[in-house]
Design a protein around this ligand. Structure first.
Ligand code: SF4
Ligand code: SF4
Length: 67
């Protein structure tokens, strides 16, 4: 299982990563970041496949995957 690290304060809440994750483990947070935007977070119960799709699609390079 890969580890997903999301920089919540860089996130602009476009939710592209949510749409692209084949495992459906990236979710919109109910909380706001420093920009006042809903960031995304990873479901702690989810299992990341390490496919990198979220990291590649994020326009602001907010996501890092560690295998
Ligand atoms: S690496 Fe793939 S499975 Fe893991 S969170 Fe990103 S899109 Fe989802
Ligand atoms: S693609 Fe990047 S900026 Fe957009 S919601 Fe996901 S982490 Fe945030």
């Amino acid at each position: 299982m890969a580890k997903v690290v999301i920089d919540r304060d860089k996130c602009k809440g476009c939710f592209l990563c949510v749409s692209f994750c084949p495992k459906g483990i990236i979710k919109k947070s109910a909380r706001l970041n420093k920009k006042g935007l809903n960031f995304v977070e990873v479901d702690p119960k989810g299992s990341c496949a390490g496919c990198l799709q979220c990291a590649v699609i994020c326009p602001d390079c907010c996501i890092e995957i560690y295998k």
